[in-house]
Design a protein around this ligand. Structure first.
Ligand code: ZN
Length: 257
């Protein structure tokens, strides 16, 4: 059993991910489970975020400017502050979305912790950008290209990634619900620890991607390339692998077999 399954935030996140009640954050908190770092944000994502796991999202590959508050996070692109300390997160998200749409590209962007709703990112070229802990609702990414981008612990709801190219990117710990990744290039992608529900990956190449410790439910992987895809320690309920090469995927560690 995963250590964080007993964490109160984990339980909250699964039950209330769309509209997490702030009241429950204080009353349901358990011992040894630190407060979520985004508790004061306009939108609350009660996931085991970076502070809970000691993860530093200032990835070395990015030229991030430190937040002027001295919190240690990277400042949002075009700002001197991180999303947590921003006075107007919606304005930050709007500025970045408009710039990305205008240039059809995002390179070295840091948007970590921001919320994007109803944004059309079709065909955008995302490269080496950080969207960790972001919230995406009804956003369009068809035929977008992602290269070495981070979406760790992000939340995706009703988003369309069909026909996209998402190689070498990370979605670890993300919640992905009601999203389409059909006919996409998804090789070498990190989906470890994700919660995936009501999604479709039909017709996609998932070569060497990893779903280790993921919880997957009511989703389709029809006619996919699953060679070297690692599903070890994942929970799978009503997953359709029809016409996919499951024999070449990895479902268990050698000791478990
Ligand atoms: Zn800050």
């Amino acid at each position: 059993m995963r250590a964080f399954e007993s964490c109160c935030h984990r339980l909250l996140d699964r039950q209330k991910i769309k509209t997490p009640p702030k009241a429950e954050l204080s009353t349901a908190r358990t011992k040894d489970c630190p407060a979520p770092p985004y508790a004061t944000l306009e939108f609350v994502i009660p996931r085991p975020l970076e502070e809970n796991r000691g993860i530093d999202y200032n990835y070395g590959m990015y030229k991030q400017v430190p937040c002027a508050s001295g919190c240690g996070r990277g400042a949002v692109s075009g700002s001197t502050l991180c999303a947590l300390h921003s006075a107007d997160q919606a304005a930050d998200a709007r500025r970045i979305a408009l710039a990305v749409q205008a240039g059809k590209a995002a390179f070295d962007e840091n948007a970590a912790g921001l919320k994007f709703e109803g944004i059309d990112f079709s065909g955008v070229d995302f490269k080496e950008s950080n969207f960790s802990t972001c919230y995406f609702f009804q956003c369009l990414f068809p035929k977008a290209k992602f290269d070495s981008c981070f979406f760790d612990f992000a939340v995706f709801s009703a988003c369309d990634f069909s026909g996209s190219n998402i190689q070498f990117s990370s979605f670890s710990g993300a919640d992905i619900e009601d999203c389409s990744f059909e006919n996409s290039e998804l090789s070498h992608v990190n989906f470890c620890g994700t919660i995936i529900q009501d999604c479709t990956f039909n017709g996609s190449n998932l070569y060497n991607s990893r779903f280790i410790m993921s919880e997957m439910k009511d989703s389709d992987f029809e006619d996919c390339n699953l060679k070297r895809v690692n599903f070890t320690m994942s929970k799978r309920e009503n997953i359709n692998f029809k016409l996919s090469n499951t024999a070449e995927a990895i479902f268990a560690m050698r000791d478990d077999q």
